[in-house]
Every structure is written in structure tokens, then in C-alpha cells.
Design a protein around this ligand. Sequence first.
Ligand SMILES: *[C@@H]1O[C@H](CO)[C@@H](O)[C@H](O)[C@H]1NC(C)=O
Ligand SMILES: *[C@@H]1O[C@H](CO)[C@@H](O)[C@H](O)[C@H]1NC(C)=O
Ligand SMILES: *[C@@H]1O[C@H](CO)[C@@H](O)[C@H](O)[C@H]1NC(C)=O
Ligand SMILES: *[C@@H]1O[C@H](CO)[C@@H](O)[C@H](O)[C@H]1NC(C)=O
Ligand SMILES: *[C@@H]1O[C@H](CO)[C@@H](O)[C@H](O)[C@H]1NC(C)=O
Ligand SMILES: *[C@@H]1O[C@H](CO)[C@@H](O)[C@H](O)[C@H]1NC(C)=O
Ligand SMILES: *[C@@H]1O[C@H](CO)[C@@H](O)[C@H](O)[C@H]1NC(C)=O
Length: 652
Amino acid sequence: MVPSPLPIPTWLLLFFISSAAALQRTFEIDYNSNCFRKDGQPFRYISGSIHYSRVPRFYWKDRLLKMKMAGLDAIQLYVPWNFHESEPGKYQFTGDHDIEAFLQMANDLELLVILRAGPYICAEWDMGGLPAWLLEKESIVLRSSDADYLAAVSRWMGVLLPKMKPLLYQNGGPIITVQVENEYGSYFTCDYDYLRHLVKLFRQHLGDEVILFTTDGADVGLLRCGALQGLYVTVDFGPGTNVTAAFLSQRHSEPRGPLVNSEFYTGWLDHWGQRHSVVPSQVIVKTLNEILMLGANVNLYVFIGGTNFGFWNGANMPYAPQPTSYDYNAPLSEAGDLTEKYFAIREVIRKYKKIPEGPIPPSTPKYAYGQIALVKLNTVAELLNTLCQGGPIKSIYPLTFVQVKQYFGFVLYRTTLPQNCTEPTPLFTVLDGIHDRAYVTIDGVPQGILERGKSILINITGKAGADLDLLVENMGRVNYGRYNNDFKGLVTNVTLGNDTLSYWRIFPLDIDSAVLYGLQNQSPASQPLSDTQLLAPAFYVGSFSIPTGIPDLPQDSFIKFTGWTKGQIWINGFNLGRYWPARGPQVTLFVPRHILTTSAPNNITVLELERPPQGEGKYIVEFVDTPILNATLGYDMKIVQLFSRGGGLGNL
Ligand SMILES: *[C@@H]1O[C@H](CO)[C@@H](O)[C@H](O)[C@H]1NC(C)=O
Ligand SMILES: *[C@@H]1O[C@H](CO)[C@@H](O)[C@H](O)[C@H]1NC(C)=O
Ligand SMILES: *[C@@H]1O[C@H](CO)[C@@H](O)[C@H](O)[C@H]1NC(C)=O
Ligand SMILES: *[C@@H]1O[C@H](CO)[C@@H](O)[C@H](O)[C@H]1NC(C)=O
Ligand SMILES: *[C@@H]1O[C@H](CO)[C@@H](O)[C@H](O)[C@H]1NC(C)=O
Ligand SMILES: *[C@@H]1O[C@H](CO)[C@@H](O)[C@H](O)[C@H]1NC(C)=O
Ligand SMILES: *[C@@H]1O[C@H](CO)[C@@H](O)[C@H](O)[C@H]1NC(C)=O
């Protein structure tokens, strides 16, 4: 016989229930009081954006701590899908890709997290975070209910979201809200079934409790396709906006609930060939004050921008790629330094809430390692066996990067000159088919450069039977708008005189691996190739040791390319990014100290695509202690007019 349980007195039962409720972590929307509620209490957040993919893991804690000390309650971050799944089914979640460690770090510092999980993020990031391999289906309609797109999204979210679930606020983690898609109302597809699919997916993996939201420009027209029932509508707008009017557009979709500006711009982005964006602190302070006075929630986009290391920058249309630096004129500089804007914003926040006591982590020291002489190695064409160990792919007509399964960097297209071009003969593509820049040589002799949207025809000379090479650079995929499906390489046929060129040998180049495994050891080329202005794309290498006897080295630095034209640089195999001082506005690249070592000489590899500094033995790069992001060389008036209208592009 089973004994009947002892009766539990009602008062004890009530005690259990109420203490369970007190322990229960909740984050909810209170539609009656127009606010969020955290653990039952009214709550308003002041947040700042940081992109873990643009800050080395080595510096995550330093930057988060500086954000905390500014008085922020929360950080907001994007998850770039292509950063984690750069090849289908191959996931990267370690080292700089360890988003869970990053979120845990935020949690340890008692920073809440607003997670913008994608799949699309914009963010001036290659293809807005969508993996290029989606384009293997040429006709795919991105950000729609296209069956192949949805299948890929579902698979990815099935990997990402289960990792996020334990990190939700209700489950003891920092994530209070999760964004679905990103400014979808600015995109042309306007496909509610797609949004509904995402909601279903997010709910299935994250549960019913978490607040899911959308963000769109503060404009009723944009909210038409961006908003969906079941997703809390938030807006974004920058300094100088009429705050009342902007929030009225949110009220149009959400008559009640907390006011939220999910992207309040602290600065603005840059493009190569455009003036460096600077937004004065006074205008930011004024509008931020107006937002906070209304009791609204706000996220400062960005609090720190960081760096587009490697090949990660995006581009806008008409085609204009963004530079390596994503400094953004933000309150924390690219290198994480405290700026005057940081302190100005902190003073505004201080008026509305208590900010943490204690010292703010100082800006990191910078060191000018000085001038380093490089020597010239071989040209890209001479190193093809090393750079493309699998050998060329043969095709009658050109294939795109995606078709040869190379997503970033460079592909060399080679064919044989079919005719004698004794007279200068036009080489061109009909429909602006060079994506994005081709460095043209014939038997190693430079002929000129074709560039998307800028230079679609050059004249060449050469003998029948010679190698015609087009080294094509992917300068970053379009991250915003209709032209997001940005194919790279030779995307149309190439014409010589009256003839379509054919019988191509296509070399996908794995330069990152070649640099890592000993491009250094190649024997230097003996003869200078040409006296002309343009040289064939070639590698230059050198090394430097960290001085001894100076405490606390290595330190961060900036590398400057005086006299160089355009290219890519690696230090100890780490792909730092693109340099292009000939066009500007960025002239120096950020060199974080964690890639430097005191235990061996540090190796520099430069791929100069056009022209190194002139004069034998003058291949100097220089480490300096101050960045230059605002030089106006190669100023492109057309681009300036297109992009200087600020928010006109949609908030990016
Ligand atoms: C801001 O917008 C509100 C609402 O549309 C309007 O009433 C107000 O006059 C505007 N303020 C200014 C300074 O334009
Ligand atoms: C190109 O010119 C050379 C003489 O310079 C001649 O021998 C050859 O047949 C020509 N080739 C073609 C394809 O016209
Ligand atoms: C190519 O050559 C033609 C004929 O000589 C000339 O008219 C044209 O300007 C040249 N084009 C370029 C881009 O050099
Ligand atoms: C190149 O031209 C050929 C023949 O006209 C055509 O079949 C092919 O589709 C074209 N390729 C591209 C990439 O435009
Ligand atoms: C192209 O064809 C036209 C007409 O047939 C001819 O006059 C011209 O010389 C050709 N051009 C070249 C570069 O072969
Ligand atoms: C730089 O290259 C040299 C020669 O290959 C090598 O001995 C050294 O370890 C390299 N330095 C680093 C930091 O990898
Ligand atoms: C670039 O920025 C520096 C530092 O803020 C400033 O001193 C300099 O005047 C600026 N140069 C240009 C050309 O705007």
C-alpha cells in the first residue's frame, strides 16, 4: 500500500510559487506602460553595436569593458552567416569565430545582448552576410521564399539558433531580444511568406518567450514590407532627425509598447575614393538627448566599428566598395581608442542613469616600428603553381568565382591571343562584365586595368600565341539592395577586336595558404620586369623584429604604404586587408599586436597589383603610431555625390 502524501499547507505552497517567480528571469513587452519589463520591473536600454567579426578575440574584453564603462546596458551584434559557413556545411565557431564565448564574455560583464541573427545583416559586410555559395543556383532569389534559399537558411538556423537558446535571458544568458531579418522593408521582394518562415524557424529553435523584432527605416512606406504580425516593430534613424516624427512611424505599426531606435548613427561609412565620413559629437549628443528624454530605448550604431580584415568588406551600388577600416567615426576608434565622442556620449547617458564607477580601460599604446625594406619576389603569373596547386579549370567561356568554388580574393583567367595585335586592339566586356577589377598582362607585360563601372575598355598589343592574363580581383560583394546577388570574376564574355575570346584556363588562387606556407621561400625574381608605369601584379616580402629593451612590446601599430598603389597585405600569414592609398581616403591599416611576436622575425607579405614605389630597392613600408583615414587622394567626385546624402541610402 502506498502511503498518501502529507498534505502541504497552502501558505507553504504559495511561498514556493512566489519564490519561483522571483527567481524566474523574464524579459517582456508591457503594452500598457509602453516599456520593456525585465524581471517584472520597467526597463529601458541604452545599447551599442559591436561586431565580433571585426574585432580580434584578443581585444573583445577590452572593447566590451569600455562599452560597459560608458554606461551602456546592452550590446547589439550581428551574426554574419558567411563568417561561420563560408563553405556549405563547413562551420567555424572557434577562435575569432566563437560567438558563444563572446556572448558569455558580455554576460560575465553584465552586459545584455540584442542579437541580430540574420540571415541577412547588411552591415557593410560582404554580401550583407549571405554566403556567396548561395549563388551556385544562378537564378536564386535571395531573401525570398525561393525553395533553395529557404533550405539553406533553415539548415543554418538549425545550427546557429540551438547555440543561442541557452544564452537567452530566460535561460540565464544575456540575450534579451532577437532580430529577424534586417531592414527587410527596404528590399524589393516584399515576401511575407519568407518572413513567416523565419518566424516559424526562430520560434521552433528559441521557444515562444523571447521577443522577436524587426528594424526598418523610420518611414511608414518602409514598414509596409518590413513589419509582420508577431514581430515587434522597431525603427532606425540618425542624428539631426525629427525624433517625434521618426517614432510616429513606429507608432503607426506599434500603437503601444516601448519606443526603440535600433540604429542611431554615431558616424557614417566610407567608400574608396570618397571623403572620410565625420559626424560631429554635438549633433549626436543633441539627438541622443531627445531620444532618451522621451524614455525611448536606443542602440548606438556603431559604438565601435573595427576592421574589415582579409576580404570581408562589402560594397554599395553603383559599385563602390568600402575600405578595410570600419572606423565609422564611432565613439571607440577602429583600434578601440577612447575618443572625445566617447566622453560626450557618456555625459549624456550619465544624465539618465547611474554609470559604473571605476577607471575606464585606457586606449592601448601604439608603437612606430619604423620603416621596413621589402624585396620583390615573383609575379603572380610566375607563382601560379604555388598559388593554384590544383591547376587550372578549362572552359570555353569564362566561369564566375562561384562556378570555380573560389569565393574571395583573386582568380587568374588565361587564354591565348588568337591573332597578332600589332596595332592597339580594343579588349572589352559588353555589359560591364569585370567584377570587379582586372589586371591585364600579355606574356607578363602589363597592358592596363579594367574596372567595374569605371573602365570597360583598354587597347592591347601582343603576338598571336602569347598568354593573355586577366588577374581578377573580387573587391567585396554588394551588401545592400537589389544587386545583392553579386557574381564575381568575368561575368560576361571578353571581346578582343571583333572576336569573343574563348578556351580559357581559369586559376582559382589560394593566396592565403601560399603566404602561410612559405611564399617567403621562393627565390626572388632577378630582372626588373618593365620600366612602364604599371608593373605586373607581384609579391614583395620583408621581415622585422620587435625591438628589445623596450617594455610592453609588441604594441598595436598602423602600417603605411607611401608610394604604393593598391594591393593586399599579410603579416605572419594574417590577412590584414586591402590597401589603396592611391584612391584613399584610408592610407594606413590597423595592425593589432596579437599578430606580432617577439620570438621570431615578423614576416610581411605584400601583393602589389599596380605599381610599387619607384626606384630600385625603394620598396619601403612604414609602421607609424597614428592612423590616417582621411586623405583625399584619388577623390572620386561621382561617388561623393552619390553617397554624401547620408541616410538617403537607408541606414546600412
Ligand atoms: C517634428 O515632427 C512633429 C510630428 O510630425 C511635428 O509636429 C513637429 O513640428 C516637428 N518639429 C520640427 C522642429 O520640425
Ligand atoms: C602573326 O605574325 C607572325 C609574323 O610576325 C606570323 O608569322 C604569324 O603567322 C601571324 N599569326 C597570325 C595568327 O596571324
Ligand atoms: C583605343 O584605341 C583607339 C584607336 O586607336 C582610340 O580611339 C581609343 O581612344 C583607345 N582607347 C583607350 C581606352 O585607350
Ligand atoms: C559567351 O558567349 C557564348 C557564345 O555566344 C555564349 O554561349 C555564352 O553564354 C557566353 N557566356 C557568358 C558568360 O556570357
Ligand atoms: C572588325 O570588323 C570590321 C568589319 O568587318 C573590320 O573593318 C575591322 O577591321 C575589324 N576590326 C578588327 C580589330 O579586327
Ligand atoms: C618568418 O619567416 C621565417 C623564415 O621562413 C621563419 O623562420 C619565421 O618563423 C617566420 N616568422 C613567423 C612569426 O612566423
Ligand atoms: C584628418 O584627420 C586629422 C586628425 O583628425 C586632422 O588633423 C586632419 O586635419 C584631417 N585631414 C583632412 C584632410 O581632413
